[in-house]
Ligand binder design. Sequence first.
Ligand code: FAD
Length: 464
Amino acid sequence: MANQHHSKATETHSALSFSALLKGRVIVPGDADYDAARTVFHGGVDRRPSIIVRVANASDVARVVLLAQERGLELAVRGGGHSGAGHSSVEGGVVLDLRDMKDLDIDVKGCAAWAEAGLTAGEYTEATDAHGLATGFGDTGSVGIGGITLGGGIGYLVRKYGLTIDSLLAAEVVTADGQLLQTDEEHHPDLFWAIRGGGGNFGVVTRFKFRLHRVDSVVGGMLLLPATPEVIADFIAEAESAPEELSTIVNIMPAPPLPFLPAEHQGKLVMMALMAYVGEVEAGNRALEPFRKLAPPIADLIRPMRYPEMFPPEEEGYHPMAVSRTMFLDTVDRGVAESILAHLRSSTAAMRVAQLRVLGGAMARVPTEATAFAHRDSRIMVSLAAFYGLHDQAEQESWVTDFAAALRQGNDGAYVNFLGDEGAERVRAAYPGPTWERLVALKRRYDPGNLFRLNHNIPPTNPL
Ligand code: FAD
């Protein structure tokens, strides 16, 4: 007991002396906001770091990186805190928390923005929308720009403007030796290649420079259709042949209790399509017409809107517990659609979903070897998820594993941003062919001691 008190006092003392070196804030166990500060998005993650540093600038970031090196502390890097594998927190180690770094410098004329890594996709998008400009992130505003960008970034602009990394022009990165490197196509081009898909393996990005696209007029929102095998298969076929201005995210799931939904649909499987057409309203309505004709819509909430309205409102304190699997498919025909519906029907989870995203367009035109995200020619990304409670995690794991096995079509690729804690093989699957060897060689150069290992790790040694 005496020893415990002694070590607690030493810890607090060393945290205080460390705090004097920083512009940002140090939070340790016992502080009033410690529990709030250590909470991440996923409800299944409950870790107790020994120190959380809410860094204020790049010098703070470098100090925390060196502190972790010197003291042999395990280091977690936190942006928006949405990692499905819980990588943005750590038991006992240090969390480098970027949330307070939110500067955004928009160059309207030059159509580019320097964004600090603590911004969320929603904050960034609201600010650039004021100028009729946007960079594509995902489907959710609270996701951090750091994590989503470093893994690739697949959202509502994917077919028109590619992945988020296809709009990345430059970045500033603190590497494992505490140096701040400026990186782009000309400066440290290997590092610039690696951070476009390689996740947080190579350092802490403090600022990103993104290209901004003119996104002034959007026709978007939710189209709710009956979930039949025909409607699902026809929808996917239409989405593949639609103009690239249109990107879609389809959720096949039990209808949630939405206020506008007739009672007879609630709890029954529906097809909730979130659609965004980036361009003139008339052309948008023309592109959407075939989807509206697939079946009489249960609800049609598609309308002209500002781009940030695509991000649904989020509930404060929402921390779901879910298991998931993601894969790439070549086709979703009626047989596949039937299998999706049968699995969703067989689930015991209160909420379960099969999410389908038709890819292609600008994303597919970037050469595979141009970035560390290498699944450029994948046609459809499918994510399966089941929410669990206190007692049924194993049951839902086994359901989602069987479901994924039933749908697989020979492409075992993974999307790193949608991986949970699924083991080294699945990380390897995110980086096919020569991408893996190149990443391992660069990891050896930039982080030979694997300081940045709380991520979908590319180890500097023993490549699979
Ligand atoms: P964090 O947990 O803070 O970070 C995730 C990982 O990135 C960690 O390993 C962390 O160390 C590293 N990291 C974060 N910032 C930095 C940085 N500045 N420097 C170095 N490393 C860093 N993805 C899509 O592509 N499209 C979507 O539509 C989409 N929707 C989502 C919706 C929800 C509700 C959720 C939970 C996730 C979604 N994702 C989506 C996945 C998301 O992109 C990843 O979970 C991403 O890693 C989250 O980033 P974050 O900064 O919020 O998370």
